[in-house]
Structures are given as C-alpha cells and as structure tokens.
Design a protein around this ligand. Structure first.
Ligand SMILES: *[C@@H]1O[C@H](CO)[C@@H](O)[C@H](O)[C@H]1NC(C)=O
Ligand SMILES: *[C@@H]1O[C@H](CO)[C@@H](O)[C@H](O)[C@H]1NC(C)=O
Ligand SMILES: *[C@@H]1O[C@H](CO)[C@@H](O)[C@H](O)[C@H]1NC(C)=O
Ligand SMILES: *[C@@H]1O[C@H](CO)[C@@H](O)[C@H](O)[C@H]1NC(C)=O
Ligand SMILES: *[C@@H]1O[C@H](CO)[C@@H](O)[C@H](O)[C@H]1NC(C)=O
Ligand SMILES: *[C@@H]1O[C@H](CO)[C@@H](O)[C@H](O)[C@H]1NC(C)=O
Ligand SMILES: *[C@@H]1O[C@H](CO)[C@@H](O)[C@H](O)[C@H]1NC(C)=O
Length: 476
C-alpha cells in the first residue's frame, strides 16, 4: 500500500470539498449481526440495486444497465449487466429470495446472441474476451447453483458457458505472440487488440476450471492449467510477491508489463485455482501446485486489497474520481469469489470469512446517503457516505458491491457449487459455440493495406484520447 491509512487521508481531503462532505457518524441503516438481519439487509439492497436497472421496462433492453457511455446512453458497459445478473443469481442462491429470478433469466437469455455464445451483434464490434467472459461466468454460476433452467427451446446455462469457453479456445483467438494467451479484444480493428491482459485470460481460465469440475472433462482442465501457466510465464503474476498485474503488448512480447493491480484479477485467479484444487483431489502432486497458488494469491490479496480488513481498490481509490465505472464494481466480485473459495478449499475458511465480515460491515456502514438514508457509495473505509457523483456514476456498481458483500455473508448456509454428479441439473452441449463467428461476414483475407488501415484507425482513436482508458481494463 502506498499509504498506510487511506481512510483518514480520504476523509481529510473530502472534508475540504464542501459539496462532498461525508455525512460522518450517521446511524447505520443496515444491520448484519444475525442471519435474519443479513437476509433483510440483502433484500433491501437487492431492491435498491434493481432501481438502476431499466431492462424489464417496455422498450428497454433486457440484461443491461443503462449504457454504454461511448454512445452517451448511460454509465455502464455491456459486460456489467452480465456481472449484475450473476450477482442476482448469487443473491437468490444465498438468500432463497426468488423475487428477481424472472428478470435475471430474461436478461441472461436476451443477451446470448443468435448463436448462443454471448456475442450479440449489438456488441460484437466492441467485444473483449473479458466482456464475453463475464456473461459466461454468470451462466456457469446459474448451472452450478441449480438456478431454474430456461425453457427447453432456449440455450441452457451450462451450454452457454461451454459456448463462451469454446469460442475462446478456438485457434482464431489464440496466436503465438507472447507464446500464447488471449488478447484483450476480439476484433482486430479494436484498440486493445494488441494487448494481452490478465482479465481476459483469467475469465477463460476460470470458466475452464469450473467446466472441468462440473463435467469432469479433462479438456477443460488442460486449458485451465495451460492458461494459468501462461500468466505465470509472462510474469503477469509476480513470482515472489504473488501480485497480479494488468497486462502487456504483443509487439513487446508482453514484457512491457503494466503493473496496475486490480482486485478482481487476483480474486478471479484465486477462485479458479480453488476449483482446480478441488478438481484435482486424488492427485496429490497436482493438488499441491494449486494449493501453493491459492495460498500465494490469498495472502497477497488480503495484504494489498484489504488494508484494515476492508476492501480497497488499490489503483484508484485513494484519488476520488479516478475509478472508472468498471472499477467501482470490483469489490463485489472479490467478495463473492472469495466466499466460494472457502467452500472449495476448506482450509481458507477461517482466514477468509472473518475478513469478509469486517469488510461487509464497513460496506454497510457507509450506506447512509440519499433520500432513503440508505444509499451506498464506494469509499467503504472512510466510514461515511460519499455521493457516487464524485466518480461520475449513478451508483449501480457501488450498490452491487455492497449487495454482494452482504449476501456473501450467508455462504456457510448455502450449498457449494454443484457438478454434473452432485445434483447439477443443467444440460451441456459439447458442440456449443461451434457455429459462432468472430466476424459477422465471411472474413476477407487480411491484406497489408487492411492492417495499415486498422493501425491508422487505432492511431486516430488514440489521438482523440479515447484510448486513454484502454490500459486500465475494459472496453464495452
Ligand atoms: C421489473 O422488475 C421489478 C423487480 O422484480 C418489478 O418490481 C417490476 O414490476 C418489473 N417491471 C416490469 C414492467 O415488469
Ligand atoms: C440491440 O439494440 C437494439 C437497438 O438499441 C435493441 O432494440 C435490441 O433489443 C438490442 N438487442 C439485444 C440482443 O440487446
Ligand atoms: C517472449 O517471452 C517468452 C516468455 O514469456 C519467452 O519464452 C520468449 O523467449 C520470448 N521471445 C522473444 C522473441 O523474446
Ligand atoms: C500464507 O500465509 C499463511 C499464514 O500466514 C502461511 O502459513 C503460508 O505459508 C502463506 N503462504 C504463502 C504461499 O505465502
Ligand atoms: C471440494 O468441494 C466440495 C464442495 O464444497 C467439498 O465438499 C469437498 O470437501 C472439497 N474437496 C476437498 C478435497 O476438500
Ligand atoms: C451429466 O451426467 C448425465 C448422467 O450421467 C449424462 O447423461 C450427461 O451426459 C452428463 N453431462 C455432461 C455435460 O457431462
Ligand atoms: C470434452 O470436452 C471437449 C470440449 O468441449 C469435447 O470436444 C469433448 O468431446 C468432450 N469429451 C467428452 C468425453 O465429453
């Protein structure tokens, strides 16, 4: 950590800006002392988060939060709708409240696209492997939690996750630059196509690990193993400190590592590693490797991202206004994923759960804003509500993170992720994704002229400053 006490520092800074004076010492609205209180709080948080969602109103698009910002339609990129659907799958799984299941089913199905692979035409032109991956992970979660199956004539949860995995495992998306790994973007013309980053590969790894455990098909495990190894070989994972970095560019053999550390990268790898540890039961040598990885990532995550046992988004949180809408939602995923790690890799439970509880307490203690007196912000460790306007968002990511942190406190009462032989009811498809096309039209052979053209488009985009965010993490 750059500063040992980000919380007090931030309060001091913000107190000087009169419009942002935190309502310090406001009485917490939410209680999370008992299971009943957690359920009640989660129920209200889920209700409030749904108010940001327009997707089930006439004329609106199911599955997405208002956006994308690039079209001035709202603060949120396409992927975050997928992440929100996953948050509500977990909410249902952890609390038993079915209120939003119809909204979630509709959203998860509406965005599958014509080939049932989470590449809907509206978004393929700006598709990142990570964007598609987040939708795939929510479908996988639906399979693992026995979320009610879609009608039989619709794509099934497991098959959707397989489709995402298969399209990403396809040779079209894997080339020899940097000796392997997925690129960030799918279309070659996009800014970021030359960037091989952690989150794209972590999503692919994660889905592979989970499909391996769910189906017991070693093909998935081999890919997961290979992908983690690649992240290690390019040293996006620090060999001594277990820090997880953001990515590097293919023209530099991925050695120009952007060392920004985002909490969700580390947590997503830890989560996938826990599936692999669980999957490799009975193979002590392999299991030991995964245990080392889990322990390393866990130790470092707690040190770097939970100062004072409260989730803290290192690269941007100490500078109000510096976190993008994407980043403002990361804490929620970290809480949800680490909660599941405790179910799959049991020795982590006593290390992780007390921290998640303290962090969730800080999360709810700052939910004292707005007309309701219970609106949530992002700056958990300040102990005071700070209006999401400081980060130029409506607050959906902030609300989603708190909902995730609170509902995940019920992890011990919830069944662990199922598999095909432990009660799973989702139907898979080994051919899922085989009809998918990365490009809408039959690809014309790429000529030198096209490549130059693509580079020029990129240069124009960069010179307009649109590419400035590209190093961070996400596009649409
Ligand atoms: C949208 O979903 C919410 C939450 O389930 C519900 O209260 C609301 O009535 C729904 N709106 C429509 C138009 O279906
Ligand atoms: C694609 O965008 C159009 C126009 O905004 C919208 O009507 C349609 O529902 C979208 N399709 C999907 C699958 O989101
Ligand atoms: C590129 O990096 C990989 C390790 O990530 C290394 O094995 C390979 O030799 C490097 N290639 C070049 C051309 O430097
Ligand atoms: C993680 O921390 C635990 C407890 O402090 C320690 O026993 C273990 O050796 C650490 N593991 C790694 C990989 O650093
Ligand atoms: C794997 O996960 C399941 C589900 O939580 C758990 O019951 C099992 O004990 C785990 N395997 C091991 C070896 O701990
Ligand atoms: C799951 O198990 C059932 C019953 O053993 C089998 O018919 C089905 O093919 C399996 N599905 C997958 C994806 O392995
Ligand atoms: C394992 O998964 C791969 C990829 O989906 C598939 O091609 C293969 O047929 C599967 N094997 C079995 C035995 O189901």
């Amino acid at each position: 950590m750059a500063t040992s006490s980000p919380a007090r520092w931030l309060v001091a800074v913000l107190a000087t800006a009169s419009s942002l004076v935190p309502s310090a010492l406001a009485e917490p609205y939410y209680k999370i002392g008992t299971s009943a209180e957690i359920r009640q709080s989660a129920r209200t948080l889920a209700y409030d988060l749904m108010l940001y969602y327009q997707g089930n109103k006439s004329g609106e698009i199911p599955g997405i939060l208002p956006g994308p910002p690039t079209e001035h339609k709202g603060d949120y990129y396409w992927w975050e709708g997928g992440a929100m659907m996953g948050t509500y799958v977990d909410y249902w799984h952890l609390t038993g409240d079915t209120s939003y299941n119809h909204v979630v089913t509709e959203g998860l199905l509406h965005q599958t696209g014509p080939n049932a692979d989470y590449m809907p035409p509206n978004h393929t032109a700006s598709l990142g492997n990570d964007d598609q991956g987040f939708w795939g992970m929510s479908a996988m979660l639906a399979a693992e939690t026995k979320f009610p199956n879609p009608p039989e004539d619709k794509p099934q949860w497991l098959a959707l996750a397989q489709a995402v995995f298969h399209t990403q495992a396809s040779p079209d998306r894997h080339d020899d630059t940097c000796k392997g790994g997925l690129r960030w973007q799918v279309p070659p013309t996009n800014t970021g196509y030359n960037y091989k980053n952690t989150i794209a590969n972590a999503c692919f790894f994660n889905i592979g690990a989970r499909l391996a455990r769910y189906t017991k098909n070693a093909t998935y495990a081999d890919w997961a193993e290979k992908t983690f190894q690649w992240l290690w070989d390019v040293e996006y994972i620090d060999h001594e400190l277990w820090r997880v970095y953001d990515g590097g560019h293919v023209e530099n053999n991925c050695t120009d590592i952007n060392k920004a550390q985002f909490s969700y990268n580390a947590a997503l790898l830890m989560h996938g590693a826990a599936y692999m540890w669980n999957y490799t039961e009975g193979k002590p040598a392999k299991q030991a490797v995964w245990k080392t990885r889990i322990d390393g990532l866990l130790n470092r995550t707690l040190i770097d991202f939970f100062p004072g046992n409260i989730a803290f988004e290192v690269p941007c949180e100490s500078r109000p206004g510096a976190c993008s809408p994407d980043m403002l939602s990361f804490k929620g995923y970290v809480h949800r994923w680490m909660a599941v790690v405790t179910q799959l890799a049991p020795w982590t439970k006593e290390i992780i759960l007390p921290v998640l509880r303290e962090s969730a307490t800080a999360a709810v203690n700052q939910c004292t804003g707005g007309d309701t007196g219970r609106r949530c912000g992002f700056y958990w460790s300040t102990g005071a509500f700070i209006d999401p306007a400081v980060d130029h968002t409506s607050g959906a990511g902030e609300a989603m993170s708190v909902l995730a942190a609170v509902s995940s406190l019920l992890i011990d009462e919830a069944p662990p992720p199922t598999t095909n032989v432990t009660g799973g009811i989702s139907k898979g498809d080994n051919n899922a994704g085989s009809r998918s096309k990365d490009r809408p039209d039959p690809p014309a052979p790429i000529t030198t002229g096209d490549r130059a053209g693509a580079a020029i488009v990129t240069i124009i985009i960069l010179s307009l400053g649109i590419g400035a965010w590209a190093w961070m993490s996400f596009g649409d």
